[in-house]
Design a protein around this ligand. Structure first.
Ligand code: SF4
Ligand code: SF4
Length: 386
């Protein structure tokens, strides 16, 4: 089995939407479905928060819309949707903040909040940790799913990209609660792979357009970090393959990312570079064009992801730390914490209960003020239980 991944240098085109259209055209042979026959086409960008840097760039969504229009698809059949990480914000609000709303309005494309409507109970056959979940109705109903991830570092899951972007198909606060099913980076990687396996088994018609134009890296990912110009876009039909290619371009080994390692072991996609046909720009040229993708964490942290040893994991575990000067005492971190590990009283700073903390870092990801940092638990972690 093999799959195609297109690498496009955005600088070779007049604008980003044109580069996106060119990228999709290069892998058209792998699209084994007809856009014109679909009644519901869902575009799923990463709309994490009202911070433009943390989201898929609107111009890439615009490129996908342009491609569909050129194909003759009526925009009555196309929607854009997501469920942001933060509790008190919707996808449409994020879209307004980052400039995506205007594009969708101009093109007649509706934006859907995944929290709206009753979520559908989904069974996950062959799951390791998450046998069932509730998936957004818009995802459940769609005939074609177009995933538009953005590459960012992630304090808990190492990276967020094509496979991780599907975590957003779970509406609202349920996402955070499900961290209790995998209380280590390795085990949560299995949960993410379970979630992805539902997509593989239930949504066979998929396209991925990967935002590598400006990637985000640093210890506060995926909510905040340093932007680095890569000026690339990937297109493909296999999420694991595009994630592997993205990391190869950044000179980072995908085997250190728990959910990618698990997805490969379960054959949920194509994870060997030799089985991926690169079209467009060569892999070597793309690698020369970009600096090394800097994933935070020392060697021991990467090893903890590689070997799932419990003791080893505890030593390397990351825990949240509050920066009081940035905190506005809103209490959202306590509201989202799945382990009830944050004490919050109105007008006071939140307090972390270390013994209860499962190190999911949802509080850091969802703090609107980016007032939470991550620090290594250190040797003391050995004496706490989870
Ligand atoms: S840390 Fe962030 S989410 Fe928590 S109370 Fe402070 S500002 Fe709000
Ligand atoms: S305190 Fe933060 S990192 Fe710890 S369990 Fe709660 S949300 Fe997760």
């Amino acid at each position: 089995m093999s799959t195609k991944v297109a690498i496009i240098n955005v600088k070779d085109y007049e604008n980003t939407p044109d580069a996106v259209v060119a990228g999709i055209k290069l892998i058209e042979d792998d699209l084994k479905f007809d856009f014109l026959k679909a009644k519901k086409i869902l575009i799923k960008p990463n709309l994490l928060s009202a911070n433009k840097k943390a989201c898929t760039q609107p111009s890439i969504v615009e490129g996908v819309i342009n491609y569909l229009k050129q194909f003759g698809v009526s925009m009555d059949h196309v929607i854009v949707g997501d469920s942001p990480g933060q509790l008190k914000i919707s996808a449409s609000k994020v879209a307004k903040e980052i400039g995506l709303f205007e594009i969708c309005e101009k093109e007649g494309v509706k934006i859907v909040n995944f929290e709206d409507g009753t979520p559908i109970n989904g069974e996950i056959k062959g799951a390791i940790r998450m046998n069932e979940f509730y998936v957004a109705k818009a995802v459940y109903d769609c005939d074609i799913l177009i995933n538009i991830p953005k590459l960012k570092t992630h304090a808990e899951t190492t990276i967020t990209g094509a496979i991780k972007n599907y975590w957003g198909i779970i509406p609202g606060g349920q996402k955070a609660k499900l961290h209790l099913l995998g209380k280590s980076a390795e085990k949560f990687g299995e949960v993410l792979a379970d979630n992805f396996s539902w997509i593989v088994n239930n949504k066979p018609r998929r396209l991925i357009v990967y935002d590598l134009q400006k990637i985000m890296q640093g210890p506060k990912g995926p909510g905040a970090g340093k932007m680095v110009d890569w000026n690339l876009i990937l297109a493909g039909t296999d999420e694991l393959a595009v994630d592997v290619v993205a990391l190869e371009i950044g000179k980072y080994n995908a085997k250190f990312v728990p959910h990618l390692k698990n997805a490969k072991e379960r054959e949920l996609g194509i994870g060997n570079l030799e089985d991926i046909e690169i079209v467009g720009m060569t892999l070597e040229d793309a690698k020369k064009q970009v600096p090394k993708f800097k994933v935070p964490g020392k060697f021991i942290t990467r090893m903890a992801s590689f070997f799932s040893g419990r003791t080893f994991y505890k030593v390397a575990k990351k825990i949240p730390k509050l920066n009081e000067k940035d905190c506005e005492k809103c209490g959202q971190c306590a509201e989202i914490c799945p382990a009830d590990a944050i004490n919050f009283e109105a007008k006071h700073y939140p307090r972390f209960i270390r013994k209860k903390c499962i190190a999911c870092l949802c509080c850091m990801e969802m703090c609107p003020q980016h007032a939470i940092e991550v620090k290594s638990r250190g040797i003391g972690g050995l004496f706490h239980s989870y």
